[in-house]
Design a protein around this ligand. Structure first.
Ligand code: PLP
Length: 212
């Protein structure tokens, strides 16, 4: 799969590509940047900060990994979107840091859809309660993110992605519907299913950069 083929397929389906560059060197990011890619995803703050400093400033950096509150300050000045917002306390830390930098940060609500305990994310029932307490004028709440169970059972993956799509539909009524337009689901191994189930943004690493 070349980058150009993948991009053509995703563009036709109106799906945005986040190129997941975690653990990969700056040189490999530069090469994809030269071919036109501008959105890159990282899962560690320190690594994203170093790459941001080394690379062109029109790259949009997406934080996709589990995020600790005390790390938000290191990326608040430049991060474009945070996919992994899965609790109120983290959300309000992001709000505070966005305000301090006089900017707006796009965020996604990460919801737990997998059956594995290891996958993080908001419990959907808890989120339904928590949204009543959200007060975040400096955040643009753009939608939802989820990771399916790592399994060969395609039907299970499909069911989990369908659940995330239905959560997005339900939540939309509670947010600005013009802004709440993003469903981030699908990785190298399951993005075809994710797109069939309504994904608008896929996070693809190993398919583009090789195995980690
Ligand atoms: C690493 C990672 C990806 C990309 O995984 P691949 O299987 O390499 O495509 C996507 N989303 C998250 C949250 C990740 O941590």
């Amino acid at each position: 799969m070349t980058y150009e083929n993948l991009l053509a397929d995703l563009t036709e389906k109106q799906v945005t590509l986040v190129a997941v560059s975690k653990t990969k060197p700056v040189q490999m990011i530069s090469e994809l940047y030269a071919r036109g890619q501008r959105i890159f995803g990282e899962n560690r703050v320190q690594e994203m900060v170093e790459k941001h400093e080394a690379l062109p400033k029109d790259i949009q950096w997406h934080m996709i990994g589990h995020l600790q509150k005390n790390k938000v300050k290191y990326m608040a000045s430049f991060v474009s979107m945070v996919h992994s917002v899965d609790n109120l306390s983290l959300l309000h830390t992001l709000e505070k840091q966005a305000a301090q930098h006089a900017r707006s940060i796009d965020i996604l609500l990460q919801i737990k859809i997998a059956s594995e305990d290891s996958k993080s994310g908001w419990d959907y029932a808890a989120l339904r309660e928590d949204i009543k307490s959200i007060d975040a004028p400096h955040l643009r709440i753009r939608g939802v993110m989820g990771m399916a169970t790592f399994t060969d059972e395609q039907s299970q993956v499909r069911t989990e992605f369908a659940a995330l799509k239905s959560y997005h539909t339900e939540l939309k009524a509670h947010f600005d519907p013009d802004c709440f337009d993003t469903i981030s689901m699908g990785m190298s191994g399951d993005y075809h299913i994710a797109i069939e189930e309504g994904s608008t943004m896929v996070r693809i690493g190993s398919l583009l950069f090789g195995a980690r």
